[in-house]
Design a binder for this molecule. Structure first.
Ligand code: PEP
Ligand code: MG
Length: 874
């Protein structure tokens, strides 16, 4: 028979998956002999079972819960609903990974009027007894029966007003008794039934409510943001109450063994006298700093400090603890590895190494790679964000916080920025012509587009905050207006974006700048020692490449050459090339492009200091590059010696119903071999020059996109080799280069053995591979993914986190087919997943040689790669 329930004395810290974080640590503290009010944990498996059984606690689980209640009654020497010695308990959630504030808690369970009278009399403290009762009714109604808290808070406020007092603690026993009656009346009027008096009925209601809270909307969002699978479920902890609200010799509080904001090694915390847990959190009263406890109850303080030290030494990590003092007796209600800012995380990890508490390997494991984002980008002032009003959520496309005035065009963004205004660029979607405006903006907000849309990819590369695909926006670009929630924004109105969560706020919210400390370098240095995967970067400009290098990139895994044409008048030559209608015209345009590309490639090679540089041939979904504005069309017409109508006709002819699956990638070379020739010349000439001028060992890796058939690859490769050899012979130098392919079309995986015979390397383009494996448009999926989350079909965006089951199988297939055919073949990934920690772990497992991530994600990938290697070695 499955064991669904464990007494605290039956578990320990190794049982986190089954008992949840809170449950396993209560068990561990019990084992350490610390003062823990005893109780039991209903397992996470029971939660999963509850959902499998159609949201019911089945008889077997029920029986085990009841058995454990009896055991707890024996330990306590008290009984549920007893007239002599009544037992009161708390019921709290506790998942495997901590989800602060996401699920619900109920205190003082087991009370009814009779029991209140018993404890009032026994304790000689009727005020306390009635205070417990009114709190219980409030929490039970809110959590179990979903009657909003506010009704009860209104009644408390009314009572305080009538009695002419300001603090809850000033209400007398009679007042609280009266409040309890009012609360119960409120309960009855809202639900049409009496408030339950039977303790066991209350308990089951509460346990079910905790299970149910695993699926509440805020928990679902938190899980998605924090990579916590729905399938884990939450455990429920039922624990004997310790009362912090018994008067001035009682209290409750929370503490951290180190400062969770800065990492400073000093006990931090706060407490309230004569209060219960939720008062500290709710901010109804202002708590006192923990150091004050020394003055009020010196012995208790000393005991507490001893315990905090013991716990930190035991867990070898900063602890976040909850405690209650019941009539001068200290109880520990919780301990866990505390949540901390990225800055504190680095400091604590380094300090613990210096203090000899942990090894460097452990320090590397302790840092959540996703948190590093906050060190590299500005963040909202934590105080200011609390007061902000969230209007909606799009995709968290590029991290950081931004605040500025709304502008609707890239030109305005540039112009306002030049005047010293901070702006947020709001667009339906962005296109290459917006690039300078995107650079000038603090943040970018788009109505359309997914995690791999133009806005998302480009913003991430630049390190600019971006929220994409916020489809609830009603956009009126013509009148420079949009509506979100109930707010209408016009040009110049203040708006704030959080690119790390996707949230959008009205008004300006103060931000704090990014700050990298020396601890960052130490941790990164340790990470580099453990990892096996190389980390390259997706960089398209010499500037991005230099930044990525500073952040530790060991090569370029993807240079999207079409992105080199975003800026200035380069786009003109590029458009001329796209909109040519004869080979001669195209060659003339390519002639203009060649020196520009060559110059950029030289700078890329120099920035990478001899590390590998992979340059991908043009892969522009043409729709992203054709001019849309009348003035740009005119400019192009003039340059080509054509009429506006002729250009419009060409553009019309380029129109594709499905541009993402259209005339792009190697298909362009098949139709226009002259493009591949020009790019090969630029790549090879640049390499020859840099080799000559700097002595750097340059070995270009030429990458062919969107290959699905070996003959396609061979066709392009032949052009590359013929052109490259011509250049090399002409220059009379020796130069090695490689020709490889992106693997981003399912058919390339299915036929990887044939392709491997021809290619020097495979680089997985998991953006397109995901798009084509699922058949989801990478630009539009954002519009319907929310429904997929709601329906529990998906737990995450497959364009952000690799679908290891489907897309991952195709990747493995490509490796399995490719490896035996070609020993020298090397493997990488350059889709956006190359910067996502769980995807990096997968890449380690399947034995890729490198991952390639946008510059600001390079440190995340370095750390994730180290963690993957450490995990695999265990
Ligand atoms: C990819 O498809 O994963 C890729 C890296 O190429 P792009 O995003 O430019 O299509
Ligand atoms: Mg691609």
């Amino acid at each position: 028979m499955t064991k669904w329930v464990y007494m605290f004395s039956e578990g320990d810290a190794t049982m986190r998956n089954l008992l949840g974080g809170k449950g396993c640590n209560l068990a561990e503290m019990t084992k350490l002999g610390l003062p823990v009010p005893q109780g039991f944990t209903v397992t996470t498996e029971a939660c999963t079972q509850y959902y499998e059984d159609g949201k019911k606690i089945n008889d077997e689980i029920l029986a085990q819960i009841m058995e454990s209640v009896t055991k707890m009654e024996e330990i306590a020497g008290k009984k549920f609903g007893d007239n002599e010695n009544p037992l009161l308990v708390s019921v709290r959630s506790g998942a495997r990974a901590s989800m602060p504030g996401m699920m619900d808690t109920i205190l003082n369970l087991g009370l009814n009027e009779e029991v209140v009278n018993v404890i009032a009399e026994k304790s000689g403290n009727p005020r306390w007894a009635w205070d417990c009762y009114r709190r219980f009714i409030q929490m039970y109604s809110d959590v179990v029966m979903e009657v909003g808290k506010k009704y009860f808070e209104e009644l408390i406020d009314k009572m305080k007003e009538e009695k002419g007092v300001t603090e809850d603690t000033d209400l007398t026993a009679d007042d609280l008794k009266e409040l309890s009656a009012q609360f119960k009346a409120e309960y009855k009027s809202k639900l049409g039934e009496e408030f339950p008096t039977d303790a066991k009925e209350q308990l089951l209601g509460a346990i079910q409510a905790v299970f149910r809270s695993w699926d509440n909307p805020r928990a679902n969002v938190y899980r998605r943001d924090n990579d916590i699978p729905y399938s884990w479920g939450t455990a429920v902890n039922v624990q004997m109450m310790a009362f912090g609200n018994m008067g001035d010799t009682s209290g409750t509080g929370v503490a951290f063994t180190r400062d969770p904001a800065t990492g400073e090694n000093k006990l931090m915390g706060e407490f309230l006298i004569n209060a219960q847990g939720e008062d500290v959190v709710a901010g109804v009263r202002t708590p006192q700093p923990i150091s004050e406890l020394e003055k009020i109850m010196p012995e208790v303080y000393k005991e507490f400090v001893d315990i905090t030290e013991k716990l930190e030494n035991h867990y070898r990590d900063m602890q976040d603890m909850e405690f209650t003092i019941e009539d001068k007796k200290l109880y520990m209600l919780q301990t866990r590895n505390g949540k901390r800012t990225a800055k504190a995380a680095l400091k604590i990890a380094c300090d613990l190494v210096d203090e000899g508490m942990i090894k460097e390997e452990k320090a590397v494991e302790m840092i959540d790679p996703r948190n590093l984002d906050t060190l590299l980008h500005p963040q909202f002032d934590p105080q200011a964000i609390k007061e902000a009003k969230e209007l909606g959520r799009g995709l968290a496309a590029s991290p950081g916080a931004a605040s500025g005035k709304v502008v609707f065009t890239a030109a305005d963004a540039k112009e306002w920025d030049a005047k010293g205004e901070k702006v947020v660029l709001v667009r339906l979607e962005t296109s290459p012509e917006d690039i300078e405006g995107m650079k000038a903006a603090q943040g970018i907000l788009t109505v359309r587009g997914g995690m791999t849309s133009h806005a998302a990819v480009v913003a991430r590369g630049m390190g600019t905050c971006c929220v994409s695909g916020l489809s609830e926006i009603k956009m009126d670009e013509a009148n420079k207006k949009f509506t979100l929630g109930d707010v209408v924004f016009g040009e110049g109105d203040a708006i704030s974006l959080d690119g790390s969560t996707g949230a959008v706020y009205a008004g300006a919210i103060a931000t704090i700048p990014a700050e990298i400390s020396g601890d960052f370098g130490r941790i990164m240095g340790w990470a580099d020692r453990f990892r096996v995967l190389k980390v390259r970067t997706n960089a398209d400009t010499p500037e991005d490449a230099r930044r990525a290098r500073e952040l530790g990139a060991e090569g370029i895994g993807l240079c999207r050459t079409e992105h080199m044409f975003f800026e200035g008048d380069r786009i003109d030559a590029f458009r001329e090339m796209i909109c040519s209608d004869t080979v001669e015209e195209r060659e003339a345009a390519l002639e203009k492009i060649l020196p520009v590309q060559q110059g950029d490639f030289e700078k890329l090679y120099e920035a990478l200091e001899g590390n590998p540089v992979t340059i991908r041939f043009l892969d522009p979904p043409l729709h992203e590059f054709v001019p849309t504005e009348e003035a740009d069309i005119k400019k192009l017409a003039d340059a080509q010696g054509k009429t506006v109508d002729q250009i419009k006709e060409i553009i019309e002819g380029l129109h594709e119903f499905n541009p993402m699956m259209g005339h792009r990638g190697c298909r362009l070379t098949v139709t226009y071999p002259e493009i591949a020739k020009m790019q090969t010349r630029a790549i090879i000439r640049a390499a020859i020059n840099v080799k000559k001028n700097t002595n750097l060992d340059v070995k270009p890796e030429i990458m062919i996109p969107l290959v699905g058939e070996v003959k396609e690859f061979k066709f392009v490769k032949d052009i590359v080799i013929a052109t490259a050899e011509e250049e090399i012979n002409k220059a009379e130098v020796k130069l090695d280069y490689e020709v490889g392919t992106m693997i981003e079309i399912p058919r390339a995986c299915l036929t990887a053995d044939a392709i491997a015979k021809e290619a020097d390397f495979f680089c997985f383009g998991t953006n397109d591979l995901t798009q084509m494996t699922y058949g989801f448009s990478r630009d539009d999926a954002g519009k319907f993914l929310d429904s997929y989350y709601d329906a529990k079909i998906f737990e995450y965006d497959p364009f952000a986190k690799l679908d290891q089951v489907g897309v991952g199988s195709l990747m493995k297939m490509a490796l399995d087919k490719g490896r035996p055919v070609n020993d020298a073949l090397h493997f990488g990934i350059c889709g956006e997943h190359g910067g996502d920690p769980s995807s990096v772990e997968f890449c380690h497992e399947i034995g890729l040689d490198y991952v390639s991530a946008s510059p600001f994600r390079v440190p995340i990938a370095r750390l994730a790669a180290a963690q993957a290697a450490i995990k695999a070695s265990k």
